[in-house]
Write a protein that binds this ligand. Structure first.
Ligand SMILES: Nc1ncnc2c1ncn2[C@@H]1O[C@H](COP(=O)(O)OP(=O)(O)OP(=O)(O)O)[C@@H](O)[C@H]1O
Length: 246
């Protein structure tokens, strides 16, 4: 058991069943994120990884189970209340204003904290120097990776207590993937924010994670340390759509 696992989880999904309208995607799912931890969720396409994040952010229909965050039952809380209480969700699709400059995007993100605006924006620029260089250009002209960085930066301005990152490296050039993973490691190390990470780049995700949760068809099938995942597990996970655990 790691030091972080001995603490109570900051975020917990307990036997959560959830979906969209009449469609049930998650069945009885259990996920625990502990203080100081990066937990990576792996799974085949369509296994429900993004739905775990959306359910935590309050964007799906919860049909059963409970979600607790920082000691409170947030199961019935609306998405905006969860965000305001410290659940920072960075969706896979960009959430930046394409017709505004980078600096104006950040201004929008920091409008709730006018007093600390300059300091908070400098913190984002320090994490993402590339974003600082491009602060005067329209967000619509940024590369995919730069937009991803801006999107993470916008969420950081809300001072999250946990960060939910949905495939931050998808569709990026290799050098951008390096920059994004480096930034995630720094956010974790320097800002001490626990992170729930959904990622298709298995090797990079395993290198970064303290713990791994594997989803198979909407159900958590494996919860272990990265070193305990075998090549066979991974083969089962991505080729067969299931996980061999023995
Ligand atoms: N808004 C939606 N309405 C209805 N069904 C949805 C919606 N979003 C996702 N689904 C369905 O939920 C299931 C799980 O989707 P989800 O995006 O959570 O999977 P995933 O593991 O993140 O997949 P991928 O790795 O391909 O992104 C899929 O069958 C998908 O079609």
């Amino acid at each position: 058991m790691t030091q972080s696992e001995t603490k109570a989880p900051i975020l917990e999904l307990r036997a959560v069943t959830a979906g969209y309208g009449l469609i049930t995607v998650l069945n009885d799912v259990a996920v625990q994120l502990h203080p100081g931890e990066i937990l990576t969720i792996l799974g085949a396409n369509g296994s429900g990884k993004s739905t775990v994040l959306k359910t935590t952010a309050g964007l799906t229909r919860i049909l059963g189970g409970a979600i607790t965050f920082a000691g409170e039952d947030i199961t019935r809380w609306a998405a905006h209340r969860r965000a305001a209480s410290g659940i920072g969700y960075v969706p896979q699709n960009q959430n930046v204003f394409l017709d505004l400059t980078v600096a104006d995007n950040l201004k929008m993100g920091a409008f709730l904290r006018p007093k600390s605006f300059d300091r908070d924006v400098e913190e984002v620029y320090a994490l993402f120097p590339r974003i600082k260089e491009k602060r005067r250009v329209l967000a619509g002209t940024l590369s995919g990776g730069e937009r991803r960085m801006l999107s993470i930066g916008l969420t950081l301005l809300l001072k999250p207590k946990v960060l939910l990152l949905d495939e931050p490296s998808s569709d990026l050039a290799p050098t951008m993937v390096d920059s994004v993973f480096e930034a995630i490691a720094r956010i974790h190390r320097e800002l001490s924010i626990p992170i729930l990470l959904v990622e298709q780049n298995v090797n990079r995700a395993l290198a970064l994670a303290d713990r791994v949760c594997v989803l198979v068809r909407g159900k958590d099938a494996l919860d272990c340390k990265p070193a305990d995942i075998t090549t066979e597990d991974l083969h089962g996970l991505f080729i067969d759509g299931g996980v061999r655990t023995s």
